[in-house]
Design a protein around this ligand. Structure first.
Ligand SMILES: Cc1cc2nc3c(=O)[nH]c(=O)nc-3n(C[C@H](O)[C@H](O)[C@H](O)COP(=O)(O)O)c2cc1C
Ligand code: SF4
Length: 599
């Protein structure tokens, strides 16, 4: 089946046959705990599902992704699923684009203010598909949006949102990647963040007086606790920018051998061996292959990819080119979250410069695509759907993208930081990175209750306490540490007495992209729990019932047994890593803080 068929489902097929009873079994009351496997998705009969649940269940069937199914809503009001001729048009478009990619992207058209009808006509998409896009992505269009990422939420973000609201409607964004200068907000393509050292009240007073203070201008602080730095090799103080020299690469066999020897594992969260992925894509059947750089960096608290894209984009593009050489790809896509306007501009300029210098172009070219606000689009299959111009809804794996990815072609999806490390490895420098399984270096984004927030590169296995003390200057004066959220809202919560935990993919599963937000003693455990619940509810894509409904019910769970049961349901029943990962930090909160979660 073509991946687009996975995305929209065959007419009258699985969606129609969704077992209504499964929903009740999955999320049923205490007396009815089902052992049956979950069935999903429940998109075709959402209203019926909501009516069956009634009350809390009905309210639960809501999220911000255009999946709102209040009680009594007629089935025919549900978001249209393309069928028949529209479905065939989508498939035809996919086949065409697989061979000859079109310039531009429907999300860009919508973000620029084009109407649904114009985009549908211009892109050859069914109108229903374009409407589906508009309801799915929540950062389309201009307007002011206050950042509600973790560092901003607990660093004055609520006060900022209240101030901004005095001047008119204010939306929400998670996250702008200015966690080290929280709180922050965006106004169209401009981002504003509190300058280092300026007291919050003084900065807010500036807002009261003159509207928006100056745009965020300070560079992202960075330092390395290892020698030599790898991720930050071109960025630490004293480093000479490598620029176009990053494209000096050996041949494909040597690149792959170097990668294999390094045992590099992906830095986006799943920690999958990079060389194995490239081999699989190279060996998969197909005339066309793709390289996709994942610059969605959705974890609130992570801003390493933003740093790389803005200040060292040639390292990332050269990593893509290395991958293209190995797998035999002619096309690449660099997908960057729309919340990073400067990174988008820098990456586009770098692509142009690389074309002029002959490093990109006829043999292998890269298109930069902007996201438009969806955390789940960082998940690799959702990312591919988003690049295809569809709603960023994950599809089941297998097939994995290396086998059947973008437009049905073998595709390597690789995190920005992973790619930035590749040229260094490929050139065979004398390296500590990946010298043994689980070793290598990782850039950790630190924010929250530390004296010197910033990106800190360390050897994997370094205890969190050392990162915070030596890399981030220790706690702020007079503010003792209580806990840290590590790896974002699907990551881990470590209490301060566990800060000796080594940061590694095996020592701390859930490390993710290694964003660390340190919370001091002023932050209540319930407040962090509420933040995690709200994030999960808002960012669920709504495709599968356990996650769509389960994430909405988290905050209503009155006690530990019921909450734990719901977490089991999410873990077992969810289609993708989002619903499966939501329980992880909540379980940590329960383990370390017990009933404070319900206080
Ligand atoms: C909900 C969810 C969100 C994700 N977000 C990102 C992201 O923002 N950036 C990223 O590189 N990987 C993200 N991932 C992991 C990707 O699916 C994929 O594993 C990764 O891009 C592969 O690159 P890597 O091997 O270099 O890590 C996410 C996964 C899930 C389940
Ligand atoms: S688990 Fe959540 S995010 Fe993933 S497909 Fe299901 S609803 Fe979407």
């Amino acid at each position: 089946m073509h991946p687009l068929e996975h995305a929209v489902g065959p007419p009258g097929g699985e969606l129609e046959g969704m077992a209504a009873g499964g929903l009740h079994d999955i999320l049923g009351d205490d007396s009815n705990r089902s052992t049956r496997p979950p069935s999903y998705p429940d998109r075709a009969r959402p209203a019926a599902a909501a009516r069956r649940r009634g009350g809390a269940g009905a309210a639960a069937a809501e999220n911000r992704r255009g999946n709102r199914y209040p009680p009594g809503m007629a089935d025919e009001d549900a978001a249209p699923v393309p069928t028949g001729a529209a479905h065939l048009r989508l498939l035809e478009r996919a086949r065409r684009l697989a061979v000859e990619p079109a310039a531009g992207h429907p999300l860009a058209d919508l973000a620029a203010g084009a109407s649904d009808a114009v985009v549908a006509a211009a892109r050859g998409l069914p109108l229903a598909t374009v409407r589906g896009l508009r309801s799915f992505y929540d950062q389309l269009g201009d307007g002011r949006r206050a950042c509600d990422g973790t560092a901003c939420r607990f660093g004055g973000g609520e006060a900022l949102a209240r101030r901004l609201a005095r001047g008119g409607a204010v939306g929400t964004v998670r996250c702008l990647g200015h966690c080290y200068a929280a709180p922050s907000f965006r106004d169209g393509d401009r981002v504003f963040a509190r300058p280092a050292g300026q007291p919050l009240e003084a900065w807010l007073a500036e807002l009261d007086e003159g509207g928006a203070p100056g745009e965020a201008a300070a560079p992202i602080p960075r330092r390395a606790l290892i020698e030599p730095a790898v991720v930050l090799r071109n960025l630490v103080p004293g480093a000479a920018p490598a620029g176009l020299a990053e494209y000096e690469l050996p041949g494909p066999e040597r690149i792959l051998a170097a990668l294999e020897a390094s045992r590099l594992r992906g830095r986006g969260g799943a920690a999958y061996p990079t060389a194995a992925k490239w081999r699989a894509a190279r060996d998969a059947a197909g005339a066309v292959r793709w390289v996709v750089a994942n610059g969605d960096e959705g974890d609130p608290g992570s801003y390493t990819d933003r740093l790389l894209l803005e200040e060292d984009p040639h390292a990332v593009l050269a990593g893509m080119r290395a991958c293209a050489l190995v797998i035999g790809a002619r096309h690449g896509v660099l997908y960057i979250r729309g919340e990073y306007p400067r990174a988008l501009a820098c990456a586009r300029a770098a692509v142009e410069a690389a074309r002029v210098a002959g490093h990109l172009g006829a043999a292998f070219d890269v298109e930069v695509v902007a996201g438009a606000g969806s955390y789940v689009c960082g998940e690799e299959t959702a990312l591919l759907r988003s690049i295809e111009g569809l709603r960023g809804e994950p599809s089941p794996k297998p097939p994995y993208p290396a086998e059947r990815g973008l437009f049905g072609c073998p595709t390597v999806v690789q995190n920005v930081e992973t790619l930035a490390v590749v040229p260094w490895i490929a050139r065979g420098a004398d390296r500590p990175a990946g010298a043994a399984p689980g070793s290598g270096t990782k850039a950790v984004s630190v924010s929250g209750g530390v004296a010197r927030p910033g990106v800190v590169e360390v050897a994997l296995g370094t205890p969190l306490a050392r990162v915070l003390e030596q890399g981030a200057g220790g706690p702020r004066p007079g503010r003792g540490w209580k806990m840290a959220l590590v790896g974002g809202p699907l990551g881990r919560v470590l209490p301060a007495d566990r800060f000796d935990t080594p940061l590694g993919y095996d020592t701390l599963p859930g490390l993710g992209h290694a964003g660390v937000v340190v919370l001091d003693r002023s932050v209540a455990v319930r407040a962090l729990a509420e933040h995690l619940f709200e994030f999960a509810r808002a960012e669920s894509c709504g495709s599968c019932a356990p996650c769509r409904i389960g994430t909405a019910r988290l905050r209503d769970m009155p006690d530990r047994p019921r909450l734990e049961r719901l977490l089991d349901t999410l873990e077992i029943g969810s289609l993708c890593g989002f619903g499966q990962g939501v329980p992880r930090p909540i379980r940590d909160l329960l383990e370390h803080f017990g009933d404070e979660v319900f206080a």
